[in-house]
Design a protein around this ligand. Sequence first.
Ligand code: BTN
Length: 252
Amino acid sequence: MHIRRIHFHTLDSTNTWAKQHLNSLDKNALTLVTASEQTHGRGRYGRVWFSKSGQNIHVSFVFFSKMSPQKLLNLPQILTISAIQTLDCVKLEIKWPNDLMINGKKMGGILCETASIEGFLGVILGIGLNINLSETELNKIDKPATSLFFETGEKYDLEKIVEALTEIFNKNLKVFLEKGFVPFYAAFTKHLCHKQNDKIKFSGQNRVWEGTFQKINEDGSLVMKLEDGTLQTFFSGEFLEPDKRRGGEKRR
Ligand code: BTN
């Protein structure tokens, strides 16, 4: 797809802006909405996404498709793999379904939103990456978080990363729209932070489940074994972990 870019110094949220302006965006392009700073960055499950001006990457990739929403379920996972291929300077892992982790701490996340428009499905894939955040700034985040700078001691050129990520994601998107998730399955599972039989607590389908991680299916869904031995498959949800800072259990 050809690329279009719309950049702002400050926005409430690149996803929110993209949603509000979906009508006016090029239906045949992959549009990139970027902002140096977000004042109301949004995460999954209505959470706040922390932003510090000029330190992080906030991008929403927008495109339009006539495919069914069901066929597009893996898109956040394709963007996750694209980010890993872009940031090959560190060992990134995936916490299913699409959190980017370094040493057990979150450095990136994806918020995918869709809206029907003029017979198309408008897809907004927002990615936030902690790039140059210092330890002081990371400590303002109410969950274990990290940045490339914190992990490597080096400062990174945000623009170069955005350009590389866009190119890689655009290529991967083309393959995904033609062939589905299968070509990405090996790369996705290789980077998972979960190992078979790891004990897990999982929030999905409006309740909490306990058991062990089993595998990721070829369609990207998660299989866990419950304590009574039955297998349960999930297409969405999230892992629950004890919050190491506060001693309680919380969503991440
Ligand atoms: C998550 O909870 O892990 C998802 C975080 C997604 C953050 C990105 S930053 C760019 C885009 N705009 C937003 O308001 N959210 C997404």
